[in-house]
Ligand binder design. Structure first.
Ligand code: HEM
Ligand code: MG
Length: 330
């Protein structure tokens, strides 16, 4: 069975992470990179396998070691993406597109197509990647980065901070409502969209700098170049989505989608809202996972149950107090 995820770091103080043991190396043919600037960077510096194919344990270790992401949050993020986008039999996931390196796929309707997969964790209104409707949901997009620059200039004196995060998120949502006929922002993507807005402030600022203001060259280093800045120290002390309330309070967004083309946004009452983590967990397991794996047997069923157990344990560790659900029996 897949091994359990690691616990928190023994020492979560700030330290040099762009060190001699983890040099940046350019991509080789076939290496995978995808929509997440943090995982891309960790792979390019060897905190993750440089080919971009990794196990859940490797990803939890890498986001803790390289960025100081809090343990229970890291575990939830990793298992919720792995259960949809990873291969439960080989225990491997691509941080980008589907890859033969994750091994033979389980039977359809399972997809196992890597983190580029639309509408699980990846979804609309990304800061530096286009909506999937426009064709490429994972490559760095300069036009969108320039929006981040513009909002940082307007509301952050040329730096990206929580105030900028809130204004930019509102803009990105309105922009997708107005231009993407297939725009949707519901659970589970809803949760990652709002958390990712504050991640650059929480994790991309050097640990010795307590200003809460992210320099835009540093932002570009992560978002586009997949590189730690020279001499980069990780943040001091593990943290998750602190600051997100600044964004949610400002946006007052209710999950929903464009029902009939652009500018036809309606609220989706079946989606978990941001204050309903257990509805998110239950619907994810009984809805999405069950639809991808309707009747697993043997090793596949065992692996799914083990990963579902790790997902549930992450909700317990986060203090959410959800009731465990068992789509494949106990
Ligand atoms: C997107 C940062 C961990 C999967 C993003 C984005 C940021 C970010 C800033 C938004 C990119 C954009 O909007 O253009 C981070 C940081 C992490 C972290 C700082 C750890 C400290 C993870 C983990 C996973 C993950 C553990 C899954 C295993 C993704 C995916 C997206 C994404 C699938 C695309 C979502 C979208 O459509 O915007 N990440 N991430 N990330 N991240 Fe991460
Ligand atoms: Mg996206």
């Amino acid at each position: 069975p897949p091994p359990p995820p690691p616990g928190p770091l023994a020492n979560d103080s700030s330290k040099l992470v762009n060190d001699a043991a983890h040099p940046y190396q350019p991509l080789k043919d076939g290496d995978q990179r995808g929509p997440c600037p943090a995982l891309n960077t960790l792979a390019s510096h060897g905190y993750l396998p440089r080919n971009g194919i990794a196990t859940p344990v490797q990803i939890v270790n890498a986001v803790q070691e390289g960025f100081n992401l809090e343990n229970s949050f890291a575990r939830f993020l990793v298992y919720s993406t792995f259960l949809v986008n990873g291969n439960p039999i080989t225990n491997l996931m691509s941080i980008g597109a589907a890859s033969p390196l994750t091994g033979p796929n389980p039977p359809a309707p399972a997809t196992v197509a890597g983190l580029n997969t639309h509408n699980n964790c990846e979804g609309d209104t990304s800061m530096t990647r286009a909506d999937a409707y426009f064709g490429d949901n994972h490559s760095f997009n300069e036009t969108r980065f320039q929006n981040l620059v513009k909002y940082s200039n307007l509301y952050g004196n040329g730096k990206y901070n929580y105030t900028v995060a809130a204004r930019l998120r509102e803009y990105l949502i309105n922009d997708s409502i107005a231009n993407n006929p297939q725009f949707t922002l519901v659970s589970p993507r809803l949760f990652t969209a709002f958390a990712e807005s504050v991640f650059p402030v929480n994790f991309f600022i050097d640990g010795r700098d307590k200003s809460g203001q992210l320099d835009l060259d540093v932002a570009r280093s992560f978002f586009q170049n997949m590189t730690f800045p020279k001499d980069f120290y990780r943040r001091d002390g593990a943290v998750s989505n602190v600051g997100q309330d600044v964004v949610t309070d400002y946006c007052q967004f209710k999950p929903g989608y464009n029902a009939k083309g652009v500018n036809s946004f309606i609220v989706d009452p079946t989606s978990a809202t941001l204050d309903q983590p257990c509805v998110r967990y239950t619907n994810f397991v009984n809805g999405l996972i069950k639809s991808l794996y309707p009747n697993p047997t043997g090793v596949l069923k065992e692996a799914l149950n083990t990963n579902l157990q790790y997902l549930y344990e992450a909700t317990v560790a986060s203090g959410d107090g959800c009731t465990q659900v068992f789509p494949y029996g106990q």
